[in-house]
Design a protein around this ligand. Structure first.
Ligand SMILES: [Zn+2]
Ligand SMILES: [Zn+2]
Length: 336
């Protein structure tokens, strides 16, 4: 299972938009891995977690194509994790149809935020998505790929350019290269998704974090499932969350990677986010509960300039605990 970090910052970005603190100044000077957009990850090329406000920027910056995404998981309704306007660009005239229908998975309050600036609910048919409300503790299956339902927005016999114009003869591409098949057939994969309660946001907002287990697809080693824990934004896991995780351990699940909220950095411990010490403790506790594969990647993720050193110092600090910081563009291959 391939995990691509599209963004790794907390709400204000790192360097932060309006900030000239020492860390932000150093981040701008050094550039590279110190420049973090708002947190989001892509699994393989068809499962996206958190369509946040930087999705356009991060996909352009990293050269990532998300047109095959067929599952969109949303942790919670905070603005740095969900920007509903991103869905509008799935509409005809913005994206070249056909698009596969993307299942959008989140709790009811999270999905309730899928509306436009006038408060009108987004149109699933027009934007090719299907809302799928889930509850904490629920396990859902998603199958992607294969041949998709036809996109009714495609008119047969017409050259598929987004604006209806014929392909440019002057472009050095083979003739007909714009004429893609009307039905997209993509790689078939299956995922099981476990929805866990996050210690974050107001209780009625039902923030979540996820375990994603890939059970089918060409990335799997000898067909063995690959599993990742994606736990941002959350404070220390609740008893309810640990109970669900213990059940997964009981069922024989282990994580090939665990990615945990580290917003508070070297600052004090939190209840709605974690500091580095809390991340290290959680990584250890997952191991003690037999939830981590022996060679699991242990990641800290979702960083703020308030408390998080620059990437190089952060990497050195976390290395003594066997934990790695995420950075934008990091790709990790998660094994069984
Ligand atoms: Zn956040
Ligand atoms: Zn949040």
């Amino acid at each position: 299972m391939k995990v691509t970090f599209l963004g790794t910052a907390a709400a204000e970005g790192y360097p932060a938009l309006w900030c000239r603190c020492e860390r932000c100044v150093v981040a701008r000077e050094r550039g590279g891995e110190n420049l973090r957009l708002r947190s989001s990850v892509l699994i393989n090329d068809d499962l996206l977690i958190d369509p946040g406000p930087d999705l356009v920027g991060s996909t352009i910056r990293l050269g990532v194509d998300v047109a095959d995404v067929q599952a969109i998981l949303i942790t919670h309704l905070h603005d740095d994790h969900l920007d509903p306007t991103g869905f509008l660009w799935r509409g005809a005239g913005f994206a070249l149809p056909p698009l596969p229908v993307a299942e959008v998975i989140g709790t009811a309050p999270t999905l309730g935020r899928l509306h436009d600036r006038e408060g009108k609910a987004l149109d699933p048919a027009g934007l090719r998505f299907a809302p799928r409300p889930v509850s904490h503790g629920e396990r859902v299956s998603v199958s992607t790929g294969g041949t998709h339902d036809p996109d009714p927005r495609v008119r047969p016999g017409r050259t598929r350019t987004s604006d209806g114009a014929p392909p440019l003869a002057s472009l050095p591409t083979p003739p007909g290269s714009y004429r893609l098949p009307f039905l997209t057939a993509t790689v078939a994969r299956s995922y099981e998704i476990v929805v866990l309660p996050a210690s974050h946001a107001r209780p009625d907002e039902q923030a979540s974090f996820f375990v994603v287990r890939q059970t089918l697809g060409p990335e799997l080693t000898h067909g063995q499932p690959a599993t990742v824990l994606y736990a941002t934004d959350t404070g220390p896991f609740s008893d309810e969350a640990w109970n669900i995780l213990d059940q997964l351990a009981h069922d024989g699940w282990t994580f090939g990677a665990s990615i945990i909220d580290a917003t508070l950095g070297l600052g004090g411990p939190g209840t709605a986010h974690m500091n580095l010490e809390q991340v290290v403790w959680h990584q250890g506790e997952l191991g003690r509960r037999e939830l981590l594969a022996p060679d699991a990647g242990r990641f800290a993720h979702h960083f703020s300039h308030n408390g998080t050193p620059p990437h190089q110092e952060l990497t050195a600090h976390l290395a003594q605990f066997g934990v790695m910081p995420s950075h934008d563009g990091l790709v990790t291959h998660v094994g069984p």
